[in-house]
Structures are given as C-alpha cells and as structure tokens.
Ligand binder design. Sequence first.
Ligand SMILES: [Fe+2]
Ligand SMILES: [Fe+2]
Length: 196
Amino acid sequence: MDFTQTRTYFNLARAFAGECQAGMRYQLIAREATSAGLAALADALRTIAKNETNHARVFFETLVKQAGSRDNILVEAGYPFHTGTIAESLLFAAEDEKSEHENIYPGFARTAREEGLGEIGRIFDEVAKVEKNHEIVFRYLHEAVRDGSLYTAEHPVIWICGECGFMHTSKEAWKVCPLCGAKQGEVDLHLPYKGI
Ligand SMILES: [Fe+2]
Ligand SMILES: [Fe+2]
C-alpha cells in the first residue's frame, strides 16, 4: 500500500494544520487576556495552546514517519477565523473543540481503521479525548468571563496568588493581594477537568 495515496495521509496533514491554527488562535486570546489584566487566564490559554502545538507535532511526526519528507501536500480544508470579545472567543474555541472531538477526529480515526492504519486511528482517538476536556474548560471560561465570575465560587475555595503564593479560603478572591499587591487577575484559576 502506498501510504501517500491513503485518506489518512491527507487527514494527518489537515489535522496538523488545524492544530497549528488552534494553538495560534489560543495564543491570540491569551494576548487579549494579558491586555485585560487577566494573567492567570492568559496562562491557562497558553497551556492549552501548548497542548495543541504538541498535537500538531504528533501528527507531523506520524505523517513523516510513514511518508518521509514531502515537498508539498495539497489538501482541501476549511478553518475558522472568528473574532470578538474575550468571552466570545472562548465560546468559539469551545465550539471548535466540540467539532474536533465529536466529528472530525472520530471520522479520521474510523477512516484510519478502514485503511488498516489502526495505530494512527488510536492517535486520533487519544487527541479527541483531550479536545473533549478542552471544550469543558473553554465552556467554563466563557461563562465565567461573560458573567464576571472567574474569581467567585458557590462554596468557599482556596485562592492562591500566582505571584507570591498568598492563600485564603473564601467565596471570592481578593481584588488586590494583601501580601504582594498583585491584582486579582494574577490569582490562580479553578479549572474543571473531567477524567475520561
Ligand atoms: Fe489539539
Ligand atoms: Fe484542543
């Protein structure tokens, strides 16, 4: 079988491009968050951006391991170019993650198995699991930024200053750190992750 004639070869190239772009889009939201004084949000976004960059790396390495060095791979694919407020961008990100883990990667995994490329199918499945958690985190962040509840909780929780480590248990984080004077945006977030 000539790997470069499989649909999976092209799907790996599409997935690589998609992950690179997702990583860049999240860097752009992180930049906005930094400008808005939301340093901890920016950190969380950069962590997810790093995840996407590494998904891109895995897809790239998987492709060239099978196909070797390629001059040009032509693919037909569409990619989102959304813009908006930070809250809106976070919702777009959640929707993009949803379509990745519900449709795109399960489809790519199925195709890989049909083509006898089960190991590549497994990689698409594993990445889809991560994207599912990314959707959960983005949806939470979208609602929290939209509602101004990033630093409030229903029950008392431990808030930690990302700058000096000052800790306090309460329903709402301080506006200015009583120890180092850092703004609220530096306080570590409480992100929801679900085990799969
Ligand atoms: Fe990803
Ligand atoms: Fe993701």
